[in-house]
Design a protein. Structure first.
Length: 87
């Protein structure tokens, strides 16, 4: 059975750091995505009424809205401190 992948697919590589998350494929020179390892949740439900009703924001999007979000860092000093936020 074929799913359109070559027989020599590169594995996905995730580097969950305390400050940044890097994602890409094994064998490539650089990650394809790099973003801050932060999660933001609304401080107040009224403030978020016109913002697509998301319950959480991740990375650059969370930092851009940090004035109205409660920002959390799920990894501290290389240790995952909040597994729910890591999901």
């Amino acid at each position: 059975m074929s799913f359109g992948l070559s027989d020599q697919s590169n594995p996905i590589v995730l580097d969950n750091g305390s400050g940044m998350v890097k994602a890409g494929f094994g064998g490539e020179d650089a990650p394809r995505a790099v973003f801050p390892a932060v999660v933001g949740r609304p401080r107040y439900s009224v403030v978020m009424s016109g913002m697509n009703q998301k319950d959480s924001f991740v990375g650059d999007e969370a930092l851009a809205k940090k004035g109205i979000l409660s920002i959390q860092y799920p990894i501290e000093h290389g240790i995952v401190t909040n597994w729910n936020d890591m999901e």
